[in-house]
Design a protein around this ligand. Structure first.
Ligand SMILES: *[C@@H]1O[C@H](CO)[C@@H](O)[C@H](O)[C@H]1NC(C)=O
Ligand SMILES: *[C@@H]1O[C@H](CO)[C@@H](O)[C@H](O)[C@H]1NC(C)=O
Ligand SMILES: *[C@@H]1O[C@H](CO)[C@@H](O)[C@H](O)[C@H]1NC(C)=O
Ligand SMILES: *[C@@H]1O[C@H](CO)[C@@H](O)[C@H](O)[C@H]1NC(C)=O
Length: 440
């Protein structure tokens, strides 16, 4: 009798405790979330750190702007979590994730990544273009909240959906990375899942730092996105529509699946005072999913289909010659390099011709200034950071990481548009200027 009443007291205490805990959780609803992004000096990949599991474990994940969802290595024996749940076949989670298959695992006993009666996804390593199949699962995820100026308290999502993968899928990623953080256009990519978990707008922003020693920032939720000294980087953005590529660009996919990547409508390109002549057919996405322009964080430099590459570099070379900038021998992986001797320096980088990506009308263009076009390869040589994509790449223009650095990109998924700032150096700030000193 005495024992059972003691148990009752304990039970009541536990009940009260968990009720308080869940109330506290509910009463704090963040307006936005923030995470830091570091550029790895050897792979040039952008890496973030997210805490997952119970107890929480910080994981380094490679940021994949167009990635379908978050995937992590579950084969690693260090995956230990009391809150790991595989998604049962035909559950609501499987349909939300549009999980392609349903299966069982032959190993015994069950472990994270290997459970019976679980639906499967096709996680891909978009750096190496390799895919596998992996169990759909959920676990606790923790990120910092923010008021737009500094990080606030940590917030958790109790059942964040992701895919498991085998350890081999990590090959080609930055050392120490445990998976990839997909920010693409699906219902279970980080932006949509976080927006649903905290009932905020389906908006997120990416601001990559150009330095490997200072952190850039990704925000989930609406602005302000404040950078020191007191600049709201979302205040003066130019918007362009996002296009859906009807054919998946992932390494493996099921028939009829659209691409989760972000495509924009580049209609023309100008270099300095020249309009570059381009084959317009290459600029639109055809029925097979070929052509068009996408934005990618897994490609370190912009890649252009060969005829576009040839035309753009020819214009850049002639415009540079007119400025007495001397061309020098190529330096791998670049083809077009110059002596930096006659190159002035401006607030927006080396003084070279601007490259404008012309969008929906003549007043809407994304300007690539010297800070985003020229890559320093030695003391006195700078190269144009664009690569030749060969004769028939799937996507004609892939805007790569170097061209995104110190630019703010704000994705508004409900309105299907992306806002871009062009170089933040014009506004005397950079993506490394978010104040990561916590205010809580
Ligand atoms: C899955 O089911 C099969 C067949 O019933 C069984 O042999 C196997 O041990 C189970 N695996 C797990 C991980 O539960
Ligand atoms: C333009 O590109 C399309 C698609 O690759 C190709 O079929 C066509 O022949 C090209 N046109 C010219 C004039 O090169
Ligand atoms: C380029 O050099 C030539 C010859 O030295 C000079 O006449 C011209 O003004 C220079 N142009 C520019 C843009 O500096
Ligand atoms: C950064 O944020 C912290 C915490 O809110 C604050 O104390 C500090 O003054 C801020 N730094 C700058 C340079 O504004």
């Amino acid at each position: 009798m005495a024992q059972s009443s003691r148990e009752n007291v304990l039970f009541l205490l536990l009940l009260t405790f968990s009720a308080t805990a869940s109330l506290a959780q509910q009463s704090f609803r963040p307006k936005a979330l923030v995470m830091a992004v570091t550029k790895d000096a050897s792979t040039l990949q952008y890496v973030t750190r997210i805490s997952q599991r119970t107890p929480l474990v910080p994981l380094n994940l490679v940021v994949d702007l167009g990635g379908q969802f978050m995937w992590v290595d579950c084969e690693d024996r260090t995956y230990v979590s009391s809150t790991y749940r595989s998604a049962p076949c035909r559950s609501a989670q499987c349909s939300l994730a549009r999980a392609s298959g349903c299966g069982s695992c032959l190993e015994s006993p069950a472990r994270p990544g290997c459970n019976n009666n679980t639906c499967f996804l096709l996680p891909d390593n978009s750096v190496t273009h390799t895919a596998t199949s992996g169990e759909l699962a959920s676990d606790v995820l923790s990120l910092s909240s923010t008021d737009g100026s500094t990080p606030g308290r940590a917030t958790t999502v109790p059942s964040f959906l992701f895919s498991c993968a085998g350890t081999f899928l990590l090959d080609g990623l930055t050392g120490g990375a445990k998976g990839m953080a997909g920010l693409g256009r699906t219902r279970i990519a980080l932006p949509s899942q976080l927006a649903a978990a905290f009932s905020f707008r389906q908006k997120f922003a990416v601001c990559l730092s150009s330095s490997t020693s200072s952190r850039g920032v990704i925000f989930f939720g609406d602005g302000p996105y404040n950078l020191l000294p007191d600049v709201d980087a979302s205040a003066s953005l130019i918007y362009t529509p996002l296009f859906i590529n009807p054919v998946s660009t992932a390494a493996a996919y099921s028939q009829g699946e659209p691409s989760s990547e972000y495509f924009i409508g580049v209609k023309a390109i100008t270099v300095g005072s020249q309009a570059v002549t381009l084959n317009k057919t290459l600029l639109v996405i055809d029925k097979k999913g070929n052509g068009g322009t996408k934005i990618s964080t897994v490609n370190p430099y912009t890649i252009l289909e060969r005829s576009i590459f040839t035309a753009v570099t020819a214009a850049f070379i002639s415009e540079s010659a007119a400025r007495n900038i001397t061309r020098v021998a190529a330096v791998v992986p670049f083809e077009v390099c110059f002596s930096s001797e006659n190159m002035g320096i401006t607030r927006v980088g080396p003084s070279v011709p601007f490259i404008n990506l012309m969008l929906q009308n003549k007043d809407t263009f994304w300007t690539i200034t010297g800070s985003n076009s020229m890559v320093q390869v030695s003391d006195n040589v700078m190269c144009l950071g664009f690569l030749d994509g060969g004769e028939s790449p799937t996507t004609s223009i892939v805007i790569g990481g170097y061209q995104l650095e110190d630019n703010l990109l704000k994705f508004d998924l409900a309105a299907s548009r992306v806002g871009f700032s062009s170089s933040l150096l014009w506004m005397r700030t950079t993506c490394a200027n978010f104040n990561f000193t916590s205010s809580s």
